[in-house]
Design a protein around this ligand. Structure first.
Ligand code: S3P
Length: 432
């Protein structure tokens, strides 16, 4: 699907089930690959990003056995027999595709291995800063070399003995936190990460699930080195970041409603629900349960949305949802301010520039700032040809905008959607 054509919304399905959570799928493959024994992962997200992690763990010595392929989605259930903490050197450089999570978290694991590994990625990943993990892993005694000042991919991790550190995150990043904690598993003693602003805590939760002692005291997260994860089955909930597209599609329409099944409800990820409620949408949760991670049914009822301000400590909780929240802002009455979100500039593309440019193409007034943007809601959207800059969330956010535009909206380079949502197009068709 090089170009995806989106027409104005025609119908609304009663319910949807989004595929598995991307962050948890990556971590489940990594911990299963490190563990002692065999882990069955169900609900896995077989998107290009997460499959990169599976292939990487296989290249590093884990054994992957497919169990179930879901039509139109891919391999959702597999067994991974781990390496009991002792990975083997890969035969060739490891491809991380478009995935920052694969490259950054894997670097933490590889720091503790007695061999050297090179990781590479696509054009977008090769522009993203790896210095943010090279710095703390350097403090742990490991050299990571890469391209230029930002230490971009390809990067080479010279693994070896790692020392424990106490590290205060200079940016609110779960990927950096996770890389340090993963390296800490191989260090003698206690490694601590202090996060001044809370970020998603899937690594801490999955460590506990695999029997690893990982403690949080206030803003400090500590892990004891020398622990080997114990294999244990995992049920990955649906991805709230994927559900976000349909939540926004419904939120702005008075009298519309939709039920989303099996959505991950980890409180470090549910900021999208808080923001949409603040804008006026009515959201109810039901059938909430927990299997390592909380999940449940999310029902949303639409309304005339009102603009809001999104910033401060809320940002890490909605970081991946800001492109689609910007679309919600365009559909709302009044102005919305997104601030403190400079991290958006170092995602799969510069998401501040991309969102502002594409909203303008559709007729919206946007003022861009270094760390965010102000969006004036309520304009009549018109269809346009939308560049996606190889960024899956830009592609999907503007496909949703297209549901509310006059004429056709053409999403260019829509194949990037497979990075995180293999059956997005089939779900979108249920609104056309
Ligand atoms: C992720 C953390 C976030 C997020 C990314 C996934 C993770 O990145 O944007 O999509 O799985 O840890 P940062 O840690 O760079 O904020």
């Amino acid at each position: 699907m090089p170009t995806l054509t989106v027409k104005r919304l025609q119908t609304i399905p009663a319910e949807l089930t989004v595929p598995g959570d991307k962050s948890i799928s990556h971590r489940s493959a990594m911990f299963a690959g490190l563990a002692d024994g065999t882990t069955v992962i169900d609900g896995f997200l077989p998107s290009e990003d997460c499959l990169c992690t599976v292939h990487a763990m296989a290249a590093l010595g884990a054994t992957v056995t497919p169990i179930h392929e879901e039509p139109g989605v891919g391999l959702v259930k597999m067994a991974i027999t781990g390496t009991a903490g002792h990975l083997t050197a890969p035969a060739s450089p490891v491809d991380c595709g478009n995935s920052g999570t694969t490259m950054r978290l894997l670097s933490g694991i590889l720091a503790g291995q007695p061999f050297t590994t090179t990781l590479f990625g696509d054009a977008s990943l090769s522009k993203r800063p790896m210095k943010r993990i090279a710095d703390p892993l350097g403090l742990m005694g490991i050299t990571i070399t890469g391209q230029g000042e930002k230490i971009c991919a390809p990067i080479t991790i010279h693994g070896g003995p790692v020392q424990p550190i106490d590290y205060t995150l200079p940016v609110a990043s779960a990927q950096v936190k996770s890389a340090v904690l993963l390296a800490g598993l191989f260090a003698p003693g206690t490694t601590s990460v202090i996060e001044p602003v809370a970020t998603r805590n899937h690594t801490e939760r999955i460590m506990a699930h695999f029997g690893i002692d990982c403690q949080r005291e206030g803003t400090r997260i500590s892990v004891q080195g020398g622990q080997i994860p114990k294999a244990t089955d995992i049920l990955v909930p649906g991805d709230i970041s994927s559900a976000a597209f349909w939540l926004v599609a419904i939120a702005s329409q008075p009298a519309a409603s939709l039920r989303l099944n099996n959505v991950g409800l980890n409180p470090t990820r549910t900021g999208i629900l808080t923001v949409l409620e603040r804008m006026g949408a009515r959201i109810t949760l039901s059938d909430v349960r927990e299997h390592g991670e909380p999940c449940g049914t999310v029902t949303i009822a639409g309304t005339t949305l009102q603009g809001t301000t999104i910033g401060g400590s809320e940002i890490p909780n909605v970081i991946d949802e800001l492109p689609i929240l910007a679309v919600a802002a365009a559909l709302a009455q009044g102005k919305t301010l997104i601030k403190d979100a400079a991290e958006l500039r170092v995602k799969e593309t510069d998401r501040i520039a991309a969102v502002a440019a594409n909203l303008r193409l559709m007729g919206v007034t946007v003022t861009e700032f270094d760390d965010g943007m102000e969006i004036t809601g309520g304009a009549k959207l018109h269809g346009a040809t939308i560049p996606t800059f190889h960024d899956h969330r830009i592609a999907m956010a503007f496909a949703i905008a297209g549901l509310f535009a006059d004429g056709e909206t053409l999403i260019e380079g829509a194949e990037c959607i497979r990075t995180s949502y293999p059956n997005f197009e089939q779900h979108l068709a249920q609104f056309q």
